[in-house]
Every structure is written in structure tokens, then in C-alpha cells.
Design a protein around this ligand. Structure first.
Ligand code: NDP
Length: 286
């Protein structure tokens, strides 16, 4: 039977730490971090994410600025807003909620966000910094997954780490973070041959596939740490991960549930990145 990694508890700890540091930043330096969240269109899932980010900002003591733009917003209009936010001293972090409507090229928007305000860490400069290990921010979801692995006390160095998924926002940076911690890392994707053979080698297995119950019991080594990044909505409306929990839980030593695992960590890491950005932009070291 696996130990359950409680993402809600770890996330609450991270947010509490951010709240304490924010209070000190306001008291000592008169600086209150500010996060601008931009949402374009009416995607209901995006609306939920944006509301949650706003609530988290309030809870840790940040200013939050929301810009809700209509579905028909042009790329030029959005670029103009990003430019204004880049110059706004009250805004330390800028997040454009993805996906954006199809008339807008998301890469152009990401590239336009000032790297020092790119709290999602999607800008090519920040991606490059992660590659060479000299980063200010890490992308929130993989950073959250790393916090969860660390919360188990399991050493990463020297372990076989397998990441299923190679997206720019989860799989690739996750693999890089595990590599920075001296894991022996394998990245799998849809063209990987004999996937189960590879995943069975994993001491630490991270699933970021986007397919419900994809990782079955036979794909997991006895005693593995299993991190399920997937968020899939089933026909009955319930959320479910990429890992078949019922089959994998008895074999794993540690496992994240869905919901309540990686999900809550993403926003906590966004709060941490925004605080880091506010300090860096004001030349504060502590
Ligand atoms: P993408 O769709 O961008 O990437 C999925 C990856 O899975 C791709 O690299 C793809 O391979 C790989 N894949 C698909 N099918 C297979 C297969 N049969 N065998 C092996 N690999 C396969 O998804 P994301 O990375 O954006 O997200 C992954 C999951 O994580 C989703 O469920 C998403 O909802 C969730 N997520 C959760 C977050 C959180 O806050 N917890 C935040 C972000 C995402 P290929 O490249 O070859 O196509």
C-alpha cells in the first residue's frame, strides 16, 4: 500500500510561507507583489482557473489585476495590453491564461511578456535558463511536482526517473528538473516503443499524458514513487488522472491522488514565482 502524497497540504505550506514573506516584504520595504491575469474569451475551465488564481493572490496578500477580454480580441490588442503591463511597476507577474482564441498566436504573446515578469516561465529566455540551470522561475506544474517528490523524503540523485509526456509546459521541463537533481532520466512519448518495459524501470514515474487511467498496474515497478500530473474529465463529470489509481496504488511506495495531488501545487508555485519576481524587480535579496 502506498503512502498518499497530500498535494493540498504541501500546497497550503508553500502558500503560507509565501504569505509570511509577503507580509515581511510589505512591512520592511513597502512592496506588495502584484499579479496580472489576462483571460481572453469565455472558456469555462479557464474562468475557473483565473478565479482560483485571484483567490490565491488575496490569500497570500498580493494585489491581483484581472483583465477579461472578449473572444474577438485581436492579437494586436492583446500585445498592446501585455506591453502596458510590462511597463506597469505595480505588476510583477503577468499570466495570460491559455488557450487563447485561434486568431491569436500564443507564441507571439508569450514572447512579448517581459522575461522578468513571466511567472509561468514559458518565455524562451526562461526556458533557456532552465536548460542551463540558471533560472529565476520554474514552470509551475513541474516545480509543484518536484515539491511533492521532495515532500516524500525520497532522494532523486541516482534514481531511474521516467517522464511520460514531452510537452513544453510539463514533460520537458519536468525531465530537466529531475536531471538537475541527478536523476537518470528517460522521456517517453507517443512514439516510444515498449512503453511498459521502460516505465517498469522507473523508481520515480511522472505521468503527463492527458489520458484517463493510462498508466496501469503492470507498467509500474514495486515501490515506485508515482506522480500523476494528468487532469482528465470523465463522462460522469468526475476528475481523473493519467494513472489507474486502483491498480497502481498497491504497488507504489508513494502516489499522488487526482484531485488533490499536483493540481493544488500549480497555483502555489505561481504565488511563489510572483513573490520571487517582485523581490528581483526591486533588488531585494532576502
Ligand atoms: P500534451 O497533450 O501537450 O502532451 C501529452 C504528452 O503525452 C505528449 O508528449 C504525447 O506524446 C504524450 N502521449 C500521448 N499519448 C501517448 C501514448 N500513448 N504513449 C506515450 N505518450 C503519449 O499535454 P500536457 O503536457 O499539456 O498535459 C498533460 C496532462 O497534464 C493533461 O492531462 C493536462 O490536463 C495535465 N496538466 C495538469 C496541470 C496541473 O496543474 N496539474 C497543468 C498542466 C497540464 P507526443 O509528444 O508524441 O504527442
Amino acid at each position: 500500500m502506498a503512502n498518499i502524497i497530500d498535494g493540498k497540504a504541501v500546497s497550503a505550506k508553500v502558500k503560507e510561507q509565501v504569505r509570511i514573506e509577503t507580509e515581511a516584504l510589505i512591512q520592511k520595504h513597502g512592496i506588495q507583489p502584484g499579479l496580472a491575469v489576462v483571460i481572453v474569451g469565455n472558456d469555462p475551465a479557464s474562468r475557473v482557473y483565473v478565479n482560483n488564481k485571484k483567490k490565491a493572490c488575496e490569500a497570500v496578500g498580493f494585489k491581483s489585476f484581472e483583465y477579461a477580454l472578449p473572444e474577438e480580441t485581436t492579437q494586436e490588442e492583446l500585445l498592446e495590453l501585455v506591453d502596458t503591463l510590462n511597463k506597469d511597476k505595480n505588476v510583477n507577474g503577468i499570466l495570460v491564461q491559455l488557450p487563447v482564441p485561434k486568431q491569436i498566436d500564443d507564441k507571439a504573446i508569450i514572447n512579448a511578456i517581459a522575461a522578468e515578469k513571466d511567472v509561468d516561465a514559458f518565455h524562451p529566455e526562461n526556458v533557456g535558463r532552465i536548460m542551463i540551470g540558471e533560472y529565476s522561475f520554474l514552470p509551475c506544474t513541474p516545480a509543484g511536482a518536484m515539491e511533492l517528490i521532495d515532500s516524500t523524503g525520497v532522494e532523486i540523485a541516482g534514481k531511474n526517473c521516467v517522464v511520460i509526456g514531452r510537452s513544453n509546459i510539463v514533460g520537458k521541463p519536468m525531465a530537466m528538473l529531475l536531471l538537475h537533481r541527478s536523476g537518470t532520466v528517460t522521456i517517453c512519448h507517443s512514439k516510444t516503443q515498449n512503453l511498459a518495459e521502460v516505465t517498469r524501470q522507473a523508481d520515480i514515474l511522472v505521468a503527463a499524458v492527458g489520458r484517463a487511467n493510462f498508466v496501469t498496474g503492470d507498467m509500474v515497478k514495486e515501490g515506485a514513487v508515482v506522480i500523476d500530473v494528468g487532469i482528465n474529465r470523465l463522462d460522469n463529470g468526475k476528475l481523473c488522472g493519467d494513472v489507474n489509481y486502483a491498480e497502481v496504488e498497491p504497488k507504489a511506495s508513494w502516489i499522488t491522488p487526482v484531485p488533490g495531488g499536483v493540481g493544488p501545487m500549480t497555483i502555489a508555485m505561481l504565488m511563489r514565482n510572483t513573490l520571487t519576481a517582485a523581490k528581483a524587480q526591486n533588488g531585494i535579496q532576502d
